[in-house]
Structures are given as C-alpha cells and as structure tokens.
Design a protein around this ligand. Structure first.
Ligand SMILES: Nc1ncnc2c1ncn2[C@@H]1O[C@H](COP(=O)(O)OP(=O)(O)OP(=O)(O)O)[C@@H](O)[C@H]1O
Length: 695
C-alpha cells in the first residue's frame, strides 16, 4: 500500500477534504497500489456523500470511462445528487473531461433499478421476456391474493393470513435468504401453523408471475443474483464494471451482498461506504452483518478507513448522540468529534400529552422563525407516520405550511396507480393485475367484464391477441375501440416515447371527472407525470424507475404548499436518512414511541430502534429537542385496542445519560399553581372599592 501523498502534491479538487476523506478517495487508485476491497466507515455527518463523489470524480480524472463504473445508492435521488456533485468537481478541475462527466454515470441508481436494466439486457440469456413489467408492493399483494383465492385459502374456517402478511413473509424469505420455517419461527410465529399452505401459495404466486411475465421488487434482486451465479455472466459484468461503489452499505440485505460477491469475488475494485450505527432497514431484510462482516469476507481482509470528523453538529449534540449509541453492543469503534464550538445541549422536554407536545413544537417553530430561521430549516421527526397527526391538525389550524415525507407516497395515490397500470398493461398484456385495473377505467366495464377480456387474451397464442376483437357490450364498443387502439399503439415495439405514453395519459384525463370528485387536483399530478415521462429515454425505464423509487409527495398530501413557499418539514425518521436541518424536534421519545411498541421483541430489534433515535438526533446541526409526553396514545394490536398509557422516557436515555441533556417541563408550572394576571386583565378593582368605602 502506498503512503497518502501530502496535500501539496495533490490536485486542487482534493484540497477541501480532510486526511481521512482524502485517504478514502485515493485508496487503491495510484499506479502500483492494490485496488483490493475498501470499506469506508463514515459516521453521521462526516461527509460520506462528498467523499464518495470525490472518489468517483477522481477515478474519472484518472481516465476511467463513466460506463466502467457501477454506482449503487439507496435511492434514485441519492444517485442523482451524487452525479451532480461529480459533475461539479470534474467541471471545475478539467475542461477537457467536463463534457464526459456531464453526460452522467450511466450505471448509477438503486440495486433494484440497475437490476431491472441488467435483466432486460440479459433477458435473452436467462429465458425472460424483455417486455416484463414490474409490480409494486400493492400489485404484488393483489396477485398473491388472486392465487390465495384460487387455492381456496381465503375461505378456510380458521383465518389464513391476509395478503399483506403473506407478501411480507414471502419477501422476508427472499431478502434474508432464509428458509420459510425459520422466518415463520423468528418473525411471524402466529402464522407458523400455515407453513404447508404458505409454501403452496408462494409456489402458485411464482408460477403466476412467470406466466404473466411480471417481476416483483424482490425478483429484481433474486433474478440478478441467480443470473450472476452463472460464471460467464458474472465474469462479463466484472470486466464491464471495473469499479463498483456502494453507498449506505449498512442497509443492504444478504441478496445484495451475494450479488456483489459474485461480481467481485476477490473484492478488487469494490468500495462500500456506510455507517453501522445508522442501519435502520432490517424490516426490509437489511442486515447490519453485511457491513460488520465485510472486512473478513476477503483474504487479505478489506482495507478499512473511518471518517470521524463531523461537520454537521455542534459538540453538545454530538456528545449526546455518541452517548446514546455507545450503549449499543457491537459496532465499529468510532467517536465522532466536531471542530465547531459552542452551542446548547439538546433539550429533553417533558409535556403532559400529545396535545401539549404539538403546542410546544409549534411555539418553538414560530419563535425560531421570528428570529430568522426559515421553516424549511426546521424539521419535526417521528418514528411512525401516524405520530404527527395531532401536530398536523395544529399546524393547519395555525396556517403553517408543511410537507410530510414518509406518509402517503406518490405511487399509492389512486390516480397515479391508474396511469401506471395503463402503461404497464400496454407494455405487457399478460400482466393481469395491471390489466384488471386499466380495463375498468372505462365507463361500463366492471370486474367481470375485465376478467373475461383477460381470460381471452390469456387463451390466445402469444402475439396473436387482438384487443379490438374482445367481447364488450354494444354500448361500450365505440369507447373500447378507441381505448384498444391507444393501448396497442403505446405497446407496439418501437412506439415513440414519450408521445405514445402522453396519448394514453391524455385519454385518462378525459375520464377523470367521472372517476374522482377532486379530479382537478389529481389531474395536476397526471400532467406532472407526463412531464416526468419526457425525461426518460423509454417507457421501460420510466416505468421501472418510477415503480422502484417514486417521488414522495402528491397532491393528496394534506397542506401541500407551493414549492417556492417556505414550509416546515415533517418526516418519519426513516425518510430523514441522509438529510440535515439546523433545528430538529423529535416527537414521542418515550417507550412505545421509540422503541416502537411493535418492535420490542428481540435484542436485534431493540438495537435497531436505538439506531433510529441516533439517526434522528444526528440530523440536527444547531438545535435539537426531544419531546417526552407523559400520556401517550398506543394504537397497537393489544387485546384492549387503542389506548392511552402513561409512558416513560425512552429506555435509550437512562438516568446516567441525563447530564448530556437540558431537561425542561412545559408548560412551566407556576410555583403556587395559579397563573399570575396582569393588572389590565383584573375583572374587579378591589383597591378602588376599598378606597370608596371611606368616601
Ligand atoms: N471536508 C469538509 N469540509 C467542510 N465541510 C464538509 C466536509 N465534508 C463534509 N462537509 C459538510 O458536512 C455535512 C455533512 O456531510 P454529508 O451530508 O455528506 O454527511 P454524511 O456522512 O452523508 O451524513 P449522514 O450519514 O449522517 O447522512 C455537509 O453539510 C457537508 O457539506
């Protein structure tokens, strides 16, 4: 391993980095230096994004072609942000290379998004129809439900698990690479008695997907990992992608790790970046073991570089966050420090109930805005989307605009689902779930009519089915013919994009008045979708990227302000990943809130809840307040249903950590329990009466 060159010998574009960041950028890139596996452990706020962007830029500056890089991020937004940063760095450093960087990094995106593209490229070699459609969670649950009905499982005397639970079990088996009986025993013990039926259901589900040429989210990873178990394909990908860089590695699952291992068995050219203390996605099958065990997977072990200088938060906030995470067991040893000075300890504010919590938060937010801090610089974070309802009511009452992340997703809005099902069905007429929804958008065709048409299409030999010839009643015929020709035009190979999609969306807009009362508001989203469609090179890319990583905000979201306005950020902690704000309030920091009432089963779950609190606390730059309502509303599946409980401060802040916080109660109790009144508020002037007694 060569020594890190001194800053004086380095190009200008690396001068803003600290030593550890620079080492992470340069590792294995100098001639003669080993390009063995690299693990960058980046504590919260230590500049992970910036470091990874510099590493990518540095590789480009060294002449690596953009399409020889595979850049895997947690969200599409993160990939876009990373690309922009790389472009800025290269543009400033080299006018010659700027145009190359400006064209972007073609193979960047989420594991699922990249997987979808590779599967289409290799479809021929793995027996897949390249026109396959991708189902989102809801579509998958619907298809699973169809199979569940067909197998008579919905009419069992004893209640069989519902479609959502079945899908979660299926997904857990796939993503954790664990056998069904183990997943049932450890995570879904109340469903263990149905093991045989579940196995048959999942077999039926897989067969249905194959017959209809649809893949679900999990299939994208599963097929990809199966595909690279074929040494020829793995070798091809390994040669094509000289460098594979993975962000947020702590939130990957076993399948993802196995894909990387297959492509880069000796780890050469593989860089993973992450923070074990911020692993918060085990409910999706992610395992913190991936990052903890990464170094020893290789021989010699991977090189490890740790970033510890935090640029985000003032020292008292870091002290408190460090203390909270230090209570956890295993983890890479690191102590974040900040070169910033001064600042206040985080507040631990005790309030009576959730109404007072909302009132306190609003009071603080307004006071900060009064002193010049924009609403956009302030965020309120919570464990579960429902925790903010009380606050949302209060904000609406006080006319304070806000945007909420992590609640209703764009894709879950009915009208967006309608458009996607139209496009998906046009792409793949065998996709029953999409077809079933799309056909019923026509006036006069219900579930029975739709099912009949789909059965007919299924029975026709591939490629021979004609939509126009399908049986519909006379009253619907003219509308059906128009619809059929639009679908066929949009689905034809070589159909112009985005034109063919726009024609379908335009047709859909003409139906909306009949379908929705608030059609006007929803139509704005459809137009937004059409604009978005125009930024993708093909229907396939548009559909897969939107399905896999949809925008977060819709017109359905309450109180959505105009985008140029100032607005407060409300977010679940999960959706706050990777972000930062000057002031942060965290709601319901009580047992039952964090840790969530649903997640107190195993030590692993408790540890993950602790990391969630850590993630929330480390989003704050200057001011942080943790709210502790004494009365807290539980909504869990308890025998007695919803209930209020007297909650205690979260177990993650035991008494010994209290000195790291400033404790407050709100509203502040008056010493005598009587609120003093100003003279002008007095109802009766006793003093005057006394004087009057004496003339
Ligand atoms: N070398 C540096 N000099 C000055 N500021 C820096 C440097 N590196 C990072 N920063 C700043 O530190 C802040 C945190 O960086 P970034 O968001 O990349 O952190 P992160 O490691 O991704 O955080 P997290 O994992 O907590 O989301 C940003 O405001 C960034 O501009």
């Amino acid at each position: 391993m060569s020594a890190v060159p001194s800053p004086a010998d380095l190009p200008d574009y690396l001068s803003s980095l600290n030593d550890a960041q620079r080492a992470a950028v340069l590792a294995g890139t100098a001639p003669g230096d080993s390009d063995g596996p690299l693990l960058v452990i980046a504590g919260a706020g230590t500049g992970k994004t910036s470091t990874l962007a510099h590493r990518v830029a540095h590789l480009l500056m060294q002449g690596v072609a953009p399409d020889a890089l595979l850049l895997l991020t947690f969200s599409r937004r993160a990939a876009e942000e990373m690309t922009r940063r790389v472009q800025r760095i290269v543009a400033a450093a080299s006018p010659r290379l700027a145009p190359i960087a400006a064209a972007g990094i073609p193979w960047s995106g989420t594991f699922h998004g990249v997987g979808a593209r590779l599967l289409r490229d290799y479809a021929g070699s793995i027996g897949l129809d390249p026109a396959f459609t991708i189902h989102d969670r809801e579509d998958s649950a619907d298809l699973l439900n169809l199979v569940r009905h067909e197998q008579g499982l919905s009419t069992k005397a004893k209640r069989f698990p519902l479609k959502g639970t079945c899908l979660s079990i299926y997904s857990a088996v796939v993503n954790t690479c664990s056998p069904l009986d183990e997943v049932l025993r450890t995570t879904f013990p109340w469903c263990a008695e149905w093991e045989t039926e579940l196995k048959a259901l999942f077999r039926g589900y897989v067969e249905a997907k194959q017959a209809q040429q649809v893949l679900d989210y999990d299939d994208l990873l599963l097929y990809w990992s199966q595909m690279v178990s074929e040494p020829l394909i793995a070798g091809e990908l390994s040669a094509r992608f000289r460098h594979v860089l993975v962000d947020e590695y702590q939130d990957t699952n076993r399948l993802q790790a196995s894909i990387l291992r297959a492509i880069k068995p000796d780890g050469r050219g593989l860089t993973v970046v992450g923070d074990d203390a911020q692993s918060i996605y085990s409910f999706r099958g992610a395992t913190v073991r991936n990052i903890l065990d990464f170094p020893m997977q290789f021989d010699p072990p991977a090189r490890r570089i740790t970033l510890e200088q935090n640029y985000r938060s003032i020292p008292p906030l870091l002290d408190a966050a460090n203390a909270v995470i230090a209570e956890a067991g295993e983890g890479f040893d690191k102590r974040l420090w900040s070169a910033r000075t001064g600042g206040q300890k985080p507040l631990l504010v005790s309030v009576r109930d959730e109404a007072d919590q909302a009132a306190f938060v609003v009071e603080q937010i307004l006071a900060r805005r009064e002193s010049g801090l924009k609403l956009k610089s302030q965020a309120v974070l919570f464990r579960t989307a429902s925790h903010s309802i009380r606050l949302e009511v209060e904000l609406t009452r006080r006319n304070i605009p806000f945007v909420k992340y992590g609640g209703l997703k764009f894709l879950e809005a009915a009208h967006v689902k309608d458009v996607l099902s139209l496009l998906r069905w046009a792409q793949n007429l065998r996709d029953r779930v999409s077809g079933f929804r799309a056909i019923q958008l026509l006036a006069g065709i219900g579930p029975k009519g739709a099912a009949r048409i789909l059965d007919n299409l299924d029975a026709a030999p591939p490629g021979a089915a004609l939509l126009a010839e399908q049986p519909v009643t006379e009253g619907v015929r003219a509308a059906w013919m128009e619809f059929a020709s639009l679908i066929e035009a949009a689905g034809a190979s070589g159909a112009a994009w985005p034109g063919s999609g726009e024609a379908l969306m335009h047709w859909y807009e003409t139906q909306m008045d009949r379908l929705y009362e608030d059609a006007l508001v929803r139509a704005a989203d459809v137009r937004q979708l059409a604009l978005l469609a125009a930024t993708y090179p093909s229907r396939e890319r548009f559909l897969s990227e939107l399905t896999l990583d949809p925008p977060e905000v819709t017109s359905d979201a309450p109180g959505k302000p105009l985008l140029d306005e100032d607005y407060l950020i409300l977010s679940t902690i999960h959706s706050a990943k990777g972000r930062e704000w000057p002031a942060v309030s965290v709601l319901n920091v009580v047992d039952g809130g964090i840790p969530s009432e649903m997640s107190t089963g195993s030590q692993a779950e408790i540890d993950e809840e602790r990391r969630l609190l850590y993630v929330a606390m480390t989003r704050a730059k200057d001011q942080l307040e943790l709210l502790v309502p004494q009365r807290f509303h539980l909504t869990g599946q308890s025998a007695v249903g919803d209930r209020h409980v007297y909650a205690g401060r979260t177990r993650f802040i035991p008494n010994r950590l209290l000195p790291r916080f400033e404790q407050r109660s709100w509203p502040r109790a008056d010493p005598e329990g009587v609120k003093p009144m100003s003279v002008s508020e007095a109802r009766i002037d006793i003093a005057a009466k006394m004087r009057a007694m004496w003339g």
